[in-house]
Write a protein that binds this ligand. Structure first.
Ligand code: NAP
Length: 308
């Protein structure tokens, strides 16, 4: 068991930005980055065009690699392991990892982000990796010249659909309402793409296939009419939920499931436990706002530690 001043759980823009600030404040933070999720959701993104400082855009994985290097340059230690258990006890919060390491920490910053939402349909899990996917950049390549469906009407769905046109012969975006939720710029880009069709006021009612996806049934929500759609790829882009399972029974959550913090600050209801990023943000959920809240959490943690 090693005793630390600060342990940061999570390595998206929130976790790494917290690490940069905390390391520069000489707190020598440990970042438990995740074994397969290190770098967070931006690792599954291609062009990031709205992160300030990159006028020509930057690839998501490159941005995260830069953040990691920046944190390490100032003395953060990044560990590619998963937190298995967290016992929050002021003064010495206890963290145990999947590889069997144990730490105590005077302060903890939680930046565990969010997890992709599922449709909740039979066959969805079974065919995951066999036609059903949550990551176009990871799996799009497998659908060269195929007809693909994307579910969702937000920025993620537009981004996935646009990206998938590189491979697919056709992309059908299925959205449950008439209006899209996505930003105007991303809607416009998708609507201008001749390979993308929109199936609106509709949802997927069934996912078909035994070993691999063979198609879906689409139900029009207004008329109730059902029709088959012969797709071999289904990309689900219907948002995400905060990843609170490690500490949901120890920290106060909001009614919508996000972790509750004290106003604009990052303090949770347990002394010495701070939070940042998508975990506390049901509204903005951008890389830049996550990075900003990681900065706030590190400053709050530093004030807390220097007052102890
Ligand atoms: P989102 O904005 O929450 O959109 C989720 C979409 O999925 C909505 O259109 C929603 O429909 C639909 N949906 C939710 N649950 C569903 C269900 N069970 N069945 C069918 N449809 C369902 O999520 P997101 O698109 O992942 O975006 C999350 C955040 O990341 C946003 O703030 C977004 O701006 C940001 N983002 C930004 C970029 C970028 O700027 N490059 C790229 C990706 C994401 P309704 O509209 O009817 O609610």
């Amino acid at each position: 068991m090693t005793a630390q001043r600060l342990v940061i759980v999570g390595s998206g823009p929130a976790g790494y930005t917290a690490a940069v600030y905390a390391a520069r404040a000489s707190l020598e933070p440990i970042v438990i980055a995740g074994s397969v999720t290190a770098g967070g959701e931006l690792m599954n993104t291609t062009d990031v065009e709205n992160f300030p400082g990159f006028p020509a855009g930057i690839q998501g994985p490159e941005l995260m690699e830069n953040m990691r290097q920046q944190a390490e340059r100032f003395g953060a230690t990044v560990i590619y392991d998963d937190v298995q258990e967290l016992v929050l006890q002021p003064g010495a919060h206890k963290i145990t990892t999947a590889l069997g390491e144990s730490y105590t920490a005077e302060a903890v910053i939680l930046a565990t982000g969010s997890a992709y939402r599922k449709l909740g349909l039979p066959n969805e899990d079974k065919l995951s990796g066999h036609g059903v996917s949550w990551c176009a950049t990871c799996d799009g390549f497998f659908f060269k010249d195929k007809h693909i469906a994307v579910v969702g009407g937000g920025d993620s769905a537009m981004e996935e659909a646009t990206f998938l046109t590189k491979f697919a012969s056709k992309v059908s975006v299925i959205h449950r309402r008439q209006e899209l939720r996505a930003s105007q710029a991303m809607q416009d880009r998708a609507k201008a793409d001749p390979k993308i069709e929109f199936i609106l006021d509709s949802e997927i009612s069934e996912i078909h296939g035994d070993d691999a996806l063979t198609g879906v049934t689409v139900r029009n929500i207004v008329t109730g009419e059902e029709s088959p759609l012969d797709v071999t790829g289904l990309f689900i882009a219907i948002g995400s939920d905060p990843r609170t399972e490690l500490f949901a029974d120890q920290l106060e959550l909001r009614p919508d499931g996000y972790l509750k913090v004290d106003g604009r600050a990052s303090l949770t209801n347990v002394e010495g436990v701070f939070a940042a990023g998508d975990l506390i943000d049901p509204v903005y959920r951008q890389a830049i706002t996550a990075a900003g809240s990681g900065c706030s959490a590190a400053i709050d943690a530093e004030h807390y530690l220097s007052n102890r």
